[in-house]
Design a protein around this ligand. Structure first.
Ligand code: FAD
Length: 402
């Protein structure tokens, strides 16, 4: 019987699994993930800010595994050997495959800036998001004990999609933080340091301004056009003047790094032709030299014919790639030709807190409460596409009226 191994139970991997499990063809699947649960990476900022518990954004992987077709192994993947068709796990176990689907997702990217990994908190999985929240609470307690205002300061490094969503949730989480510190919420100081001046370039200026205005009204203090040069313990060092190169320091006891992500380090360590952990794949999503290896989601790069640049990595494209990988493996099993992957973005919506959002649905701009409603419907749809009805009913966002 043919063996299909899927690495990663994120959006891409679980979507592949669900599609393959529907097939009546004879094959066995092995799914590998380092966790026993799937997490909705798009909601990590809410756990980091403490506005949602981790249970709300996770569900057990075994809930979507059909044991008659699939074996789930909880283990960390360390290396992929495409020539011998084997995957090495940290446990020492080796898995042989006929077809491989790699969906190992993203990791934090420091862009070589000194001090980032040592002195800033990352937000890339459930554990790191929980750690951010625990750290903030501990800093609030330290303020209560010392009255040093640096403990009340939080800096978000980077004002991309993730940074903006995190800022919105942090503003919402201020009330709880203030209670721990024994101050009023306006005393919690939230900063954002960002290299560019035109924020949220994926949206038109009016929409981007809507987000910035709301966050400013809610007290976020901006340092835009200020490239970060170093993170020291409790200090963000940024370039204050582009002409002279003069630097300034911003002291804060919580520094969160959201300037960007790259694909899993396993890709480079396994000899894939990658750039920042992303592999430029063939048009059917296979590795260029190995037609039985599919590379999907955030570890994959597919060229957008319109912009002539790889599509941005999103859950939306990861889900579509998952479906296509499953479809193409089924074609290959039947000796048929594989299909070309095409993608048309349905737009994207960024939340700013639980009841505001902004973005594009198709080509239409949306903002405010309607956008927040749409964002929750998008979250529910993606949950449905990986977890099915049971998980959507249990973990979906149905607080639609404010
Ligand atoms: C805060 C935030 C907000 C976002 N908002 C949006 C949004 O609104 N819309 C949108 O479309 N996208 C959004 N994104 C981007 C989106 O989350 C990613 O593009 C998406 O998660 C990629 O899916 P994936 O399946 O490739 O990888 P992931 O979701 O990263 O899943 C990878 C899986 O692989 C497992 N894994 C990783 N390494 C190993 C290993 N070595 N061994 C075993 N298992 C491993 C992980 O545990 C995980 O289960 C957001 C991201 C963040 C961080």
């Amino acid at each position: 019987m043919k063996e299909i191994v899927i690495l990663g139970a994120g959006y891409a991997g679980l979507r592949t699994l669900r599609e393959l499990q529907k097939s009546k063809e004879e094959f066995h699947i092995t799914l590998v993930d380092q966790n026993t649960y799937h997490f909705e990476a798009t909601d990590l900022h809410e756990v980091a800010a403490g506005t949602q518990p981790k249970e709300k954004i996770t569900y057990p992987i075994k809930d979507v595994v059909n044991p008659e077709k699939t074996t789930f192994i909880q283990a960390t993947v360390t290396k992929i050997d495409r020539d011998s068709q084997k995957v090495a796990l940290a446990t020492g176990q080796e898995l042989a495959y006929d077809y491989l689907v790699v969906g190992l997702g993203f990791q934090s990217e420091s862009f070589g800036i000194p001090g980032v990994s040592e002195n800033a908190l990352e937000m890339v999985d459930v554990d790191s998001a929980v750690k951010v929240n625990q750290h903030i609470h501990e800093m609030m307690r330290q303020y209560a004990a010392t009255k040093n205002e640096d403990f009340l300061k939080i800096v978000v490094c980077g004002a991309g999609f993730t940074g903006i969503e995190l800022l919105g949730s942090l503003v919402e989480g201020k009330k709880e933080m203030a209670e721990i510190a024994g101050v009023t919420p306006d005393k919690i100081q939230i900063y954002c340091v960002e290299a560019v001046t035109r924020l949220l370039p994926m949206f038109d200026e009016k929409l981007a301004d809507y987000a910035i205005k709301h966050l400013t009204d809610w007290g976020v203090q901006w340092r835009t056009g200020k490239p970060i040069k170093e993170i020291k313990p409790g200090i963000v060092v940024y370039q204050d003047d582009a002409d002279t190169g003069a630097r300034k320091e911003l002291a804060a006891k919580t520094i969160i790094w959201t300037t960007g992500v790259s694909g899993s380090h396993v890709m480079g360590e396994s000899g894939f032709a990658e750039r920042r952990g992303r592999v430029m794949v063939s048009e059917d999503l296979t590795d260029n030299d190995h037609k039985n290896v599919y590379v999907i989601g955030d570890v994959s790069a597919v060229m957008d014919p319109e912009s002539q640049r790889p599509y941005p990595t999103t859950a939306q494209i990861a889900l579509k790639m998952g479906s296509m990988a499953a479809k193409n493996i089924l074609h290959q099993l039947k000796g048929e030709k594989t299909e070309t992957f095409t993608f048309k973005s349905q737009g994207s919506v960024a939340s700013i807190g639980n009841s505001h959002a902004l973005g594009l649905v198709g080509k239409t701009s949306v903002k405010g409460y309607p956008a927040s409603f749409i964002k929750k419907m998008i979250m529910n749809k993606s949950l449905l596409e990986t977890g099915g009805v049971k998980e959507t009913l249990a973990k979906g966002r149905f607080d639609l009226y404010h």
